[in-house]
Design a binder for this molecule. Sequence first.
Ligand code: SF4
Length: 474
Amino acid sequence: MSAPLSAAEFTANAHRALGDTQLQHALHNSRDGFILKRAKAIARLPEFEALRDAARDIKAHTLEYLDLYLEAYEAKVLASGGIVHYAATSETANSIVLDICQRHGAKSVAKGKSMIGEEMGLNAALEAASIEPVETDLGEYIIQLRHEMPSHIIAPAVHLTKEQVAADFRRVHIDLPHDRDLTEPSSLLTEARKILREKFLAADVGITGANFLIAETGTSIIVTNEGNGDLSQSLPKVHIVLASIEKLVPTLEDAGELLRVLARSATGQDMSVYTTLSTGPRRPADPDGPQAYHVILLDNGRTKMLGSDFAEMLRCIRCGACMNHCPVYQSIGGHAYGSVYPGPMGSVLTPGLFGLDHSSDLPNASTLCGACESVCPVRIPLPKLLRDWRTRAFNRHIGPESQRIGLAFWGFLAKRPALYGFAARMGMWALALLGHAGKFRALPFADGWTASRDFPAPQGGTFQAQFSALRKRP
Ligand code: SF4
């Protein structure tokens, strides 16, 4: 079990992650799976790029008229017998959940996977009120046993090996026979399912997230591969939907378009195994369903982002493709980011929601290779947004002074091409002169690089010299 990490300590977290052999093993095992499956799914769908355009436009349109769609959605939920609560902060959202649970005398809550629940710190709030939260998504269940944050937005326990999970089950499931084989993922699943069935039946309240909220019908949609979301929302007598305000889309047809890019981008499936729609509490003719239906719409800084340069980030549909393709995420996993939202999307969203002061390293946790933008199903310009955060951190004097001085010096030269060329030639000349055997074992200001590899001594001319020679060629 590990203590929660902080975004302010990203560099130290990343160093630790790189030296964690078990984590590296787990990351290596999962690295190519997501990428290959997505690539195959997209190859089967020639109109995928056009669908990305449509998905981007649907989300951009909804954000532009979000106030109207929120009103329309609320009216439909009310008409179907449900209640909509608006929460400006996580604290307010938690107190609304607690109030609902206490009014219904809840002792335990079955939770479907919800990143908003993670963002709110809901489990801690429930436990503090003596209400047992039970995570029913397998990955979430595993990290709950370990008191950890998710390390990936769609695969919360991707940082673990199956041997670690088996050891956790043996530690916590006290009735588990010693000779029970837990070497295969399927045996782990069976074991978790046995425990969770009883928890589902005992739960007084079910809490789910929402992938989309439909303004025209007042419906919430969740997609899962385990069916736990269905049981969480249909067995208990109360269903609470947790969603952030940007989950709205205008129509069911729009949600259909987004679903076509979501699962393909996330897991490489054409569709997730379960796509579940819920609209209000059970009606007299319904065979099952909750007696009470609440939706909590969380803002938590999103309205502020809507009117800012970072509004495009609110198009995110939480597929996880950007992190699956990010070389930084692939190397250190999600916990190093110290936020419930890791990877490129988290490096943009976390400063937006929680402030740049405590997460100023995150926008630097990227090589700006562009892989994230190239796979994003809603075409969020993640590298541009990361650069924008870097600019803000620089302008606000956040971050190490040495970095500021270096960047300011580089900026000074970059605005004076002749001086830049001269400095580059001098630097190259000096490095070539000092570099024995064509390489450096150590360099001042570059010990991060030379700690684990040599730095090549420059050869030939500067880039500018070579480029101008190339242009002069007949
Ligand atoms: S930013 Fe794009 S790729 Fe990343 S999780 Fe969001 S929708 Fe998916």
